[in-house]
Design a protein around this ligand. Structure first.
Ligand SMILES: Cc1cc2nc3c(=O)[nH]c(=O)nc-3n(C[C@H](O)[C@H](O)[C@H](O)COP(=O)(O)OP(=O)(O)OC[C@H]3O[C@@H](n4cnc5c(N)ncnc54)[C@H](O)[C@@H]3O)c2cc1C
Length: 410
């Protein structure tokens, strides 16, 4: 079998993999880098299916990896998009309590945001109504984040891929990893024609999103961890509905679970999305109907959900009550109406967009992992739980991954 060598192999051509290639190229102009992607083109999973919101850095407890990279990452990605002439909707974001008892969370989020270096302020009813005339705050107060913006995720990925190719980064789309030999630092690959090929490497980065735990396990890492796929369905606002949304409108999230709640997001192309849901998916790539269903994974997932419910881990029953059934339109509508009281079922039109979160579940502690997690192997680094805001934070996250990996020694 034919063998080639690359100094660095990046598995996964999502935003995290591409940002790693970008930052590596910045640091080491002469390294050979290859991005191996199982799909024929980029953007088939989370990075091409998300809300496109560049988050300001408000939600994350100071000291977490998310808090360390979100503000800097958002600033850098926005500047890069602007330099590239890609659409950036500088629309800001309002976070409003959807029930009066959630008002106290505004102070907590304000403190977190400020500690993380985000620009955020409390606003009163009058200011809220000026920013979101069709919205509702249950307590007469809300948070305003002027710096939040919205981009078109697929355009970002396509341009970044183009720039990386121009700078000599190699891409191997539609390529499957058939076998890994970590001790020998080699991979056996299979291309779309089915022919095999051996690739040796100096260092490997696993940025495979929804498959990252399985890939890490093939390297003997991430034991007792599994990804639990949570599906994000969206609806679109019928353009004939007479609502005016010029900014993002988010609810106060349940901070026990890593989902931000159903929100309203304007896009640079003029469409307004509502969503995403956070409902269990029955396969990591189960975007529609029975497509991608994994019966064994689904059975285990049900077991994990039941255990979370039984122990009410991290207030899990509140998630189950409030979010798990948003796949049913009337329940989704009710959640959206808490923020937009005038919304009616006929204002919602089905959206093509659907994404699945690569949520890590730690079976040792029985918890949904909230922060990004990095695992280091011999000659490899594995990025687990690259959930939101990994898209926003990607450039800064890539720097953090490079700084923390054993890569420096090659
Ligand atoms: C519904 C939804 C909304 C979101 N909204 C936002 C938002 O507004 N802002 C934000 O910052 N974040 C958001 N996120 C999170 C964000 O999309 C992710 O954090 C980010 O895209 C993760 O990027 P990634 O590169 O790790 O994963 P991915 O984009 O999933 O990329 C991984 C790639 O690896 C490939 N791959 C898998 N297995 C293999 C293998 N064995 N070999 C080779 N390739 C492989 C896959 O095909 C895929 O292309 C959202 C996520 C979802 C699901």
């Amino acid at each position: 079998m034919n063998t080639t060598h690359s100094d660095v192999v990046i598995l996964g051509g999502g935003m995290v993999g591409l940002a790693l290639a970008h930052q590596l190229r910045e640091r080491h102009p002469d390294l050979s880098i290859i991005v191996i992607e199982k799909e024929p083109e980029l953007g088939r999973h989370s990075s091409g299916r998300n809300s496109g919101v560049l988050h300001a850095g408000i939600y994350y407890p100071p000291g977490t990896l998310k808090a360390q990279v979100c503000v800097d990452g958002a600033r850098r990605l926005r500047a890069w998009c602007e330099e590239e002439g890609l659409p950036v909707l500088a629309c800001g974001k309002v976070i409003a309590p959807q029930a009066p008892e959630l008002d106290g969370q505004l102070e907590l989020l304000l403190e977190r945001g400020k500690a993380n270096g985000a620009e955020v302020q409390l606003i009163d009813q009058a200011e809220f109504q000026r920013l979101v005339p069709d919205g509702r705050t249950a307590s007469g107060r809300a948070l305003w984040s002027p710096g939040t913006c919205v981009v078109k995720p697929k355009l970002v990925l396509q341009r970044l891929e183009q720039r990386l190719r121009e700078r000599g980064v190699n891409f191997a789309p539609a390529t499957r990893v058939a076998q890994v030999q970590p001790a020998a630092r080699t991979l056996t690959l299979q291309d779309r024609s089915g022919s095999g090929h051996t690739l040796s490497y100096g260092h490997l980065f696993n940025a495979t999103g929804l498959q990252a735990d399985r890939v890490a396990q093939a390297f003997g890492l991430a034991e007792r961890c599994t990804l639990l796929p949570f599906k994000g369905l969206y609806w679109q606002l019928d353009p004939r509905a007479l609502f005016r949304f010029t900014t993002n409108l988010y609810p106060v999230p349940d901070l026990n679970v890593p989902f931000l709640g159903v929100h309203v997001t304007p896009s640079p192309d003029g469409t307004i999305s509502l969503g995403p849901t956070a409902i269990p998916a029955w396969g990591r790539e189960n975007y529609r109907g029975f497509e991608g269903v994994e019966p064994w994974m689904a059975a285990q997932f049900l077991g994990d959900l039941a255990s979370q419910w039984w122990r009410n881990a991290g207030g899990f029953r509140r998630y189950a009550r409030e979010q798990a059934l948003h796949g049913f339109k009337p329940l989704f509508l009710r959640a959206a109406q808490a923020l937009v009281p005038g919304l009616r079922a006929e204002h919602l039109i089905p959206s093509e967009k659907v994404g699945i979160r690569a949520q890590l579940y730690d079976r040792r502690s029985g918890t949904l992992v909230q922060d990004f997690r990095l695992e280091q192997g011999e000659g490899s680094t594995h990025v687990l739980n690259a959930i939101s805001p990994a898209f926003t934070a990607s450039f800064a996250l890539a720097d953090l991954i490079l700084d923390q990996s054993s890569f420096a020694s090659i």
